[in-house]
Ligand binder design. Structure first.
Ligand code: PFF
Length: 519
């Protein structure tokens, strides 16, 4: 068995995994999805996807990670190869290895290349809130001016990514684990303060028609009519959100789990990750942006829309919610709060920065581990190589308009595809009984038998929904050349790198096409 770095403490591991999952997805993407998909209509399929898709795939990924770690692998290619080997000959297993390795490489390079920029914006906006830079200005104009000041954009990006590089360079237990032990508790504190404030706000403009309570109602009263009329699109949005928020189909849960001992619990820990993430998403993430937007509707909704009544105003908020909303409309609300707005604005954007940072660190570590394990590049040097990769991949994000959205559309498809391969390789080819045995190795809880069947049969059927849905919308859009080139290049490099890594260690097996290396 290979000697590899391990998490130093259980709490450190759990916080790192929670930090991995809890990100901009919880505080920005979730409210956007809820608002854009009929409020309460969204929550029904959301919970369905959580139980039938999120939890089982989370367990599969933890099992895969710990299994790969036993053989010294924290990347997906070799791990998939080893698991597939249980059912098929090494040369066929190699194909599954290549698929897993290529997809995970493409996600950890491309997704993070724009995610890091979004975190950079949050860093900038924390600063702009404290200094009151956007107070008294048109916040939409302020935002577009910020975006066109590329020096400033790269400055806040740079501060963020250098800090990430330092943390990852210090290693898993001495770096990542220590950083998340500080950042995660603070993240919860920030979020709780904001939620309490939102609850206390009531109707800040003195008109009971507009209150934070109305915002809660919008999210929490199931809207069956809307659901019935938009069943497929809402189901699609809900399952896509589950993948994204839980960091599934990316290879990074496996990477973190690879630093476990062979008998460390995965069953309860996987469930703890999901629970901590869902608390941060549904309870905290759902109680900030949307209620604030509804309580301050008259200040952000255009007057002509407002005149049509509260339904029209809610509709406007739903349609305009999104990434830009956080940087244009929410600042407008902070301005309304006067001096307190500087504080709460800074708190909000720092919350986003912490949430994003502790997620991006997992992608950063995946690539660093890849360089370290597969190519023999020392960790410290590797982190700077990764820095350069992210810098280069960040250029089209900043300079080519539309690029971010196009790559993001591809990523949504890729997450579902990789999750499907998680199950094909980690459960079907690895064999369901082996999977179940591995899940219970050292487990602190007994998972009900029904989950075995949910994982083997129900989850892959459920995945078909986001898989075909995202594929359909991709076919409907023509990707620009920069996006196509970036995607193809990352998939190709990922596949070549994986081939090299597997061949290096399991070359003899592939030659003979018989399994030789066992732990
Ligand atoms: N689960 C993360 C989130 O909710 O924001 C998704 C993620 C995105 C993880 C980007 C890591 C990352 F670099």
């Amino acid at each position: 068995m290979e000697q590899r770095e391990k998490w130093a403490t259980k709490i450190g591991l759990i916080l790192a995994m929670a930090g991995n999952a809890i990100g901009l997805g919880n505080f920005v993407r979730f409210p956007t999805q809820v608002a854009g998909n009929g409020g309460g209509a969204f929550m029904v399929p959301y919970f369905l996807a959580l139980f039938l898709l999120g939890i089982p795939v989370m367990w599969v990924e933890w099992v895969q990670g710990r299994y790969g770690g036993k053989y010294g692998h924290g990347t997906l290619g070799p791990t998939f190869y080893l698991m597939a080997r249980e059912s098929v000959k090494p040369r066929t297993a190699l194909i599954f290895g290549l698929i897993g390795g290529a997809l995970a490489f493409a996600t950890t390079t491309l997704l993070n290349s724009y995610y890091l920029h979004l975190i950079g914006w949050s860093a900038a906006y924390s600063w702009f809130s404290i200094t009151g830079a956007y107070f008294g200005k048109n916040t939409a104009e302020f935002f577009s001016q910020y975006l066109s000041n590329h020096g400033q954009v790269f400055l806040f990006w740079g501060i963020t990514v250098v800090l990430l590089g330092i943390a990852v360079g210090q290693g898993v237990s001495k770096g990542i684990e220590r950083w998340v032990k500080v950042m995660m508790p603070l993240l919860y504190v920030f979020a709780i303060i904001l939620v309490i404030y939102v609850f206390a706000l009531g109707s800040p403009l003195g008109d009971p028609k507009w209150s934070t309570l109305k915002g809660f109602e919008f999210i929490w009263s199931p809207n069956w009519t809307y659901l019935k009329e938009n069943l497929w699109s809402v189901m699609l949005a809900a399952s896509g959100q589950i993948f994204f928020t839980l960091s599934l189909g990316m290879g990074i849960i496996q990477n973190y789990a690879s630093y476990l001992g062979p008998k460390d619990d995965v069953a309860l820990s996987g469930l703890a990750t999901v629970s901590l993430n869902e608390f941060a998403e549904v309870v905290l993430g759902g109680s900030i942006a949307v209620p604030l937007a509804v309580a301050y509707a008259p200040k952000i909704v255009p007057a002509d829309v407002l005149a049509k009544g509260s339904d029209a105003a809610l509709q406007w908020i739903s349609e305009n919610f999104g990434l830009g909303f956080s940087y244009t409309s929410l600042p407008n609300i902070f301005v309304q709060m006067g001096a307190a707005g500087r504080f709460f604005g800074a708190l909000w954007f720092l919350l986003l920065w912490f949430a994003g940072f502790t997620s991006a660190i997992a992608m950063y570590n995946y690539l660093t581990a890849l360089l370290e394990e597969d190519l023999g590049i020392p960790r410290k040097t590797g982190t700077w190589v990764v820095f350069v990769i992210y810098f280069l991949l960040g250029i089209p994000v900043v300079y080519i308009s539309g690029y971010l959205d196009q790559v993001d559309a591809w990523i949504s498809f890729q997450l579902a595809l990789l999750a499907l391969f998680d199950i094909i390789v980690g459960v079907w080819l690895f064999k369901p009984d082996n999977f179940w045995k591995e899940l219970h190795e050292g487990a602190l809880i007994n998972v009900p038998e029904i989950y075995k069947w949910i994982t083997v049969i129900v989850a892959p059927i459920f995945i078909a929904l986001p898989l075909f849905g995202t594929a359909k919308s991709l076919i409907g859009t023509t990707l620009q050349w920069p996006a196509r080139i970036a995607i193809l290049a990352m998939l190709t490099i990922g596949a070549i790198e994986t081939y090299y890594a597997i061949k290096k260690k399991y070359g003899e097996e592939l030659e003979k096409n018989e399994v030789i290396i066992k732990v």
